[in-house]
Design a protein around this ligand. Sequence first.
Ligand code: F0G
Length: 465
Amino acid sequence: MPETSAAKPSWAEPFKIKMVELLRMTTREERERVIVAAGYNTFLIRSRDVYIDLLTDSGTAAMSDRQWAGLMLGDEAYAGSENYYHLEAAVQKHYGYKFLLPTHQGRGAENILSQLLIKPGDYVPGNMYFTTTRLHQERAGGAFVDVIVDEAHDPASEHPFKGNVDIAKLDRLVQEVGAARVPYISLEGNVNMAGGQPFSMANLKELHAYCRRHGVLIMLDATRIIENAFFIKEREPGYGAKSVGQILREICDLTDGATISAKKDLLVNIGGFLACNDEDLFKRAQNLAVVYEGLHTYGGLAGRDMEAMALGIEEALMEEHQAARIGQVRYLGAKLEAAGVPIVKPIGSHGVFIDAAAFLPHLDRDDYPAQALAAAIYVDSGVRAMERGNVSAGRDPQTGRNRRPELELVRLTIPRRVYTQAHMDVVAESIAGLFARRDNIPGLRMVYEPEYLRFFQARFEPISP
Ligand code: F0G
């Protein structure tokens, strides 16, 4: 934040623009054809048909000139690339874990971790599910158990740390099945499916003490952990004077290891890693990496990608970056709130989440209101959002029925360093207009349902009113 004479200086980007990517505008008629051809699934739209792309914050960041320059330092040796050692040093310094295994992206690390730590019949508690994380836990024979605080399932709750673990829920599980059947708790920073909600340091300390007593490991999903650290600095007593980097380190020191999708916090277009402190676990992970990812010093990445990631860690820890990133998300959220649009509160770090169940109360959950709303937003303005509700949650493996989660959300995810305040205005105007005409938005019927992570590839048709 700049030092100015203003009482409360506004956030502004700590960068200027050196190169631009032109966007293509489409007509409403074109978009009506596109959404039908895409089976009402925004994942199946070609990006050339999108005006403002808020599908995800994953791999969509604009890299800095330093990162682009870093690409030229790519050492593309099959084994022992210089960039691996640079990345290893950055992870050791800032996250504090001893051992680093790069992977092609987050789910590559999740696959390896799940296979190594979960035995069939185990239970894996977590502060809300994430789609790929839970799938890998289930494929390894485990069952995911949600132990997040109740407030996380209530879009209107203003709880400042809706990502907190409810230790009583965790204890109930441990008492019921025995700690030997609970290899680790999967702890996510800025919980994606809850709307980008942080956990507090106080909660993590309590969790750490509990897990040490019962011999349960804490494995962090560090995908958006730097954004979580920023929220701790803003909201938690005693942390205002600490740097985001110090808070990050304090978090990691209370955990046993981490998987990360570097495509978010770390401002790169591809990459991830698994990091831990246990040498035996690390050796076994390195060995599995050669089966699924590539040699353990590149894990499916080019040397240049690892270089960009190492530089991205430093940029992500710059507080002016986080202030502008989160400032922009809040700017959009405040505009939507002012228009009366129901959104998840408090506004999270990586996007604004519309409460589609409240937006479209005339639709049943099995008419997929969030999917229908994401499609309607696209047709209205060419803005691409994503469903995070009944389609994303999938079916219960035991009953085969839709899980019908409490949160039925449309995620307007903001890529880092990509769009301007004026883009946010266009998004807010379109959604406010749709809100006024919301009764006309029809529900959807699923006409094609793939077996895994169905939200990526499912197809729908409108239910005629
Ligand atoms: N964990 C979290 C919390 C995530 O948000 C993601 C990806 C992953 C793990 C998996 O990482 O995609 O690199 O394999 N989230 C993206 C999203 C897909 O749009 O939220 P990945």
